[in-house]
Ligand binder design. Structure first.
Ligand code: NG6
Ligand code: CA
Length: 505
């Protein structure tokens, strides 16, 4: 009898908990995991035709979600893209450009950002990985809490690479404090003068495990020279080979801790940015040398997060947005033979250009969205920009936008969820010049001073600079080979006007 009573008692509790969970699930907004890869090109994933490297986890995401064929980063470089993603504002309005590791925070802390908006909707917010939006007020003290930073723009939790893997300081910050810092060995950073800290690449090339160009021959940490100079903080230095493991652990820890709340995780991978130094587990995972190997490494990180969500039983209630911040680049400074080893692989898919370029490959990103409970798998060719993620998610979670919020962001939640094929009518593409998409037409604004800077030439970039207007019809010419501006002056004129309206010049 006592056993029966006990059974009834336990069953009642289990039943109550199950009902409670179901009610909770119905009311729940999806968890949102934004997996933001660095410098990954449209063609760098298996489903988009990668040759020489396999991406089984990303391909699985695509199989269970929507693979977008015409979704774009807001810009062809990192800082501007990230700025637009988190603020819903075009980067040119803030003159956002690639910044150094000691640059101040470029997001105005009075702005209502994407994480602010999600917090208003009840989300717990976190960012793990590359930041590159500046930290501090321009005079950052790396030995104290560095602020303003992610917390001041809406992230409850942060674990950061402050700028890029190729820039000092080469330390992680957790909630804006350097991790593992010994107070008796304080950190100083300079991008102007050499500090008598770590040896530098120009003087000690024999210490380097990967050689590089002159811009990256500053302080050497972990056998890699970087942009900028750094002194101190030895106990806190990261080991490049371990970055994917450290970041994935932190991302999964955040998911674990917040599994019962709706959460927003901005998982901003270091891969596949240079220095491309794969962990030994991934060395020779591809036939393309380090660049291919770090694609395999990136795919592993994605798989670990998918596994974590599955093991916690929250996959069905989680929306994953997988994308990249700008187009691919084979030679960005470090000598890892990506150009020599690429073979038949097309990092930008069928598209012309690369990182830094105004042609399509600069911004057209591999983009996959999954949310098993809501999304029917498939492909979608709506024209979309990452600047729209803000307004689209606001619509999803029922947040109204104030007049000043996300001024350039359009709500296309129907398209992001695959319920509509309709995206933007017109879309700005920012690079070192500007372009506009209008349906299949692509117009590139002429650049008065069309001389190509030497560093762009050295990187074999096809930037799209021309003193003449360029117009392409991507429907018949997806690779932007035939400039038809002279054949369609009326289209050129209309698009020029639309673009000038946006740029207000
Ligand atoms: C460029 C760097 C490049 C890379 C890039 C940032 C030089 C010549 N080039 O200025 O190596 O660090 O900035 O990449 O210094 S991004 O993906 O963060 O935009
Ligand atoms: Ca980038």
């Amino acid at each position: 009898m006592r056993i029966l009573n006990r059974f009834i008692y336990v069953s009642t509790i289990v039943l109550t908990l199950t009902i409670f969970d179901q009610v909770n699930a119905q009311e729940k907004k999806p968890n949102i995991v934004l997996i933001y890869v660095d410098d990954l090109g449209y063609g760098d994933i298996g489903v988009n035709g990668a040759i020489g490297v396999k991406t089984p986890n990303v391909d699985k995401l695509a199989k269970n979600g929507i693979n977008f064929t015409d979704a774009h980063a807001a810009a062809a470089t990192c800082t501007p893209s990230r700025y637009s993603l988190l603020t819903g504002q075009y980067a040119f309005r803030n003159k956002a450009s690639i910044i150094n590791g000691d640059a101040p925070l470029i997001i105005d802390t009075d702005m209502r950002t994407l994480p602010d908006m999600l917090k208003d909707a009840g989300y717990t917010t976190g960012v793990v990985g590359k930041w590159h939006l500046g930290l501090g007020d321009g005079n950052a003290n790396w030995n104290d809490v560095v602020k303003p930073g992610p917390k001041e723009v809406g992230f409850d939790y942060s674990f950061l690479i402050p700028a890029t893997g190729d820039r000092v300081p080469t330390v992680f910050l957790e909630n804006q404090r350097v991790v593992g810092l010994d107070a008796s060995d304080p950190i100083t950073v300079s991008y102007i003068e050499r500090l008598d800290g770590y040896p530098i690449g120009t003087e000690r090339p024999e210490l380097l495990k990967q050689h590089t160009d002159i811009q990256h021959l500053g302080s050497i940490t972990n056998g890699i020279s970087r942009i900028g100079y750094m002194k101190g903080g030895e106990s806190a230095l990261w080991v490049d080979e371990k970055i994917p493991f450290v970041l994935t652990d932190k991302a999964n820890e955040f998911i674990d801790i917040n599994k019962r709340n709706p959460f927003f995780l901005f998982f901003s991978l270091h891969d596949i940015h240079q220095p491309r130094i794969a962990h030994v587990n991934f060395v020779e995972a591809s036939s393309m040398g380090p660049r291919g190997d770090v694609i395999a490494q990136m795919d592993w990180c994605v798989g670990e997060v998918m596994k974590k969500l599955k093991n916690l039983g929250i996959s069905d209630d989680t929306m994953i947005i997988f994308t990249s911040d700008n187009g691919p680049i084979l030679d960005d400074g470090y000598l890892d033979y990506a150009r020599e080893l690429v073979g038949d692989h097309k990092p930008g898919g069928p598209y012309r250009g690369s990182k830094y370029s105004v042609y399509e490959a600069g911004t057209r990103m591999p983009t996959i969205v999954t949310w098993p409970k809501e999304i029917e798998p498939g492909t979608n060719d709506a024209l979309l920009s990452q600047v729209d993620i803000y307004a689209s998610l606001a619509a999803l979670v029922g947040q109204k936008l104030g007049k000043k919020d996300a001024p350039d962001s359009e709500n296309h939640i129907g398209a992001w969820l695959g319920k509509s094929k309709k995206g933007r009518d017109i879309m700005l593409e920012e690079a070192y010049s500007y372009a506009l998409r209008m349906g299949d037409y692509k117009y590139i604004k002429p650049k008065k001073n069309a001389a190509i800077p030497e560093w762009i030439i050295k990187k074999f970039v096809d930037p799209g600079f021309s003193s003449e207007a360029q117009l392409f019809d991507l429907k018949v010419d997806p690779s932007e080979k035939n400039n038809i501006a002279h054949l369609r002056p009326e289209v050129v004129q209309k698009m020029q006007k639309e673009l000038n309206n946006i740029l207000q010049d």
